[in-house]
Design a protein around this ligand. Structure first.
Ligand SMILES: Nc1ncnc2c1ncn2[C@@H]1O[C@H](COP(=O)(O)OP(=O)(O)O)[C@@H](O)[C@H]1O
Ligand SMILES: CC(=O)N[C@@H](CCC(=O)OP(=O)(O)O)C(=O)O
Length: 297
């Protein structure tokens, strides 16, 4: 008897969750969702496995997931081990030519490989693609303005051309592309540029006419007045977000630029979600309340 009383509500809640997911499965069936994975969620084993499971789930639910991954913590660790200095300014890594070699090696040779292996343990369709492949991301060097001063970021690029044909071919072949945020340098053939992964994900979401861009991070979402917990934003328009933009700091600067680029480019919504929550992607895509902060046009 007592066993029945305990399991009955749990079973009802489980069924309600499944039923709630149905309209969202219909909404996103056969659509492309670009998911940006990076930061701390990427270096925690449990979160890493939960993310791979979510991607496999999306796949079996008929959603075409395209992953753009970062790996800032992996890069920082390797740079430290090699004694190469680097600093982040306004959310972007100042990247020397030596650091660029490490970025290329770590993103393509380590971060992408680990992610592909983990997804393939569940569904054998993940394939690694570098932004340098087949002209996917083509960029020019970028500098930024900080407090009225121009800061040279070195081998950091701003994407100018996206040729998504390699990704579309993978999609057509039934694969799940896992893309490293590196670009070829339009001004120096054979050289690569370091691209912030949020920005790369946004540029790709626009080029693919994605139905959604989801970005995982290490906070519950965007705060109007960070870190005041009362100021967590659940939904915001692009116009409102532009007003908030000057007050933003560090990693939220490129993330918000990415959200605006995506929705301005025709992506119906861009969300920033808490990658520290296991299965945050499923929660965002298949529940009505979703998760984190949603940016709409
Ligand atoms: N307004 C804000 N709302 C949320 N986070 C903010 C805000 N301003 C700055 N941040 C910082 O941005 C960080 C997320 O950016 P970043 O560390 O680059 O993310 P990731 O590595 O996950 O891509 C948060 O940990 C937080 O410290
Ligand atoms: C230019 C720039 O900042 N590039 C990033 C690329 C990786 C990244 O964006 O990783 P996360 O999403 O994990 O932070 C970097 O070098 O760290």
């Amino acid at each position: 008897m007592s066993k029945l009383r305990i399991t009955q509500p749990t079973a009802t809640a489980k069924v309600e969750t499944l039923i709630e997911a149905l309209p969202w499965m219909t909404h996103y069936a056969d659509s492309i969702i670009v998911v940006k994975f990076g930061g701390n969620a990427m270096v925690d084993d449990e979160l890493f496995e939960a993310f791979a499971a979510d991607i496999a789930f999306l796949r079996h639910a008929g959603v075409q997931a395209v992953i753009v991954h970062g790996g800032g913590p992996h890069i920082s660790r390797m740079l430290d081990a090699l004694g190469i200095e680097s600093e982040c300014v306004a959310g972007y890594r100042v990247t020397s030519p030596d650091a660029m070699e490490v970025v290329r090696m770590v993103l393509g040779g380590q971060a992408a490989r680990e992610l592909v292996a983990s997804i393939n343990e569940r569904t054998r369709q993940a394939t690694a693609v570098s932004g340098e492949d087949a002209g996917l991301f083509q960029a020019r060097r970028k500098s930024i303005e900080v407090d009225g001063h121009t800061v040279d970021l070195g081998c950091v690029g701003e994407i100018e051309v996206v040729d998504p044909s390699v990704v579309l071919a993978d999609i057509a072949a039934g694969r799940i592309p896992v893309i490293s945020s590196i670009a070829s340098d339009l001004d120096h053939p054979r050289k690569a540029l370091n691209i912030n992964a949020d920005r790369a994900a946004a540029a790709l979401a626009v080029a693919l006419n994605a139905k959604k861009l989801v970005m995982l991070t290490d906070v519950p979402g965007l705060y109007a007045n960070y870190p005041d917990p009362e100021s967590l934003i659940s939904e915001i328009t692009a116009a409102e977000l532009r007003e908030l933009q000057p007050s933003l700091e560090s990693g939220m600067i490129p993330k918000v630029e990415a959200c605006l680029e995506a929705v301005d480019g025709g992506v119906p919504c861009a969300t920033i979600i808490d990658g520290r929550e296991p299965h945050a992607v499923l929660l965002e895509v298949f529940t009505t309340d979703g998760a984190g902060t949603m940016v709409v046009p």
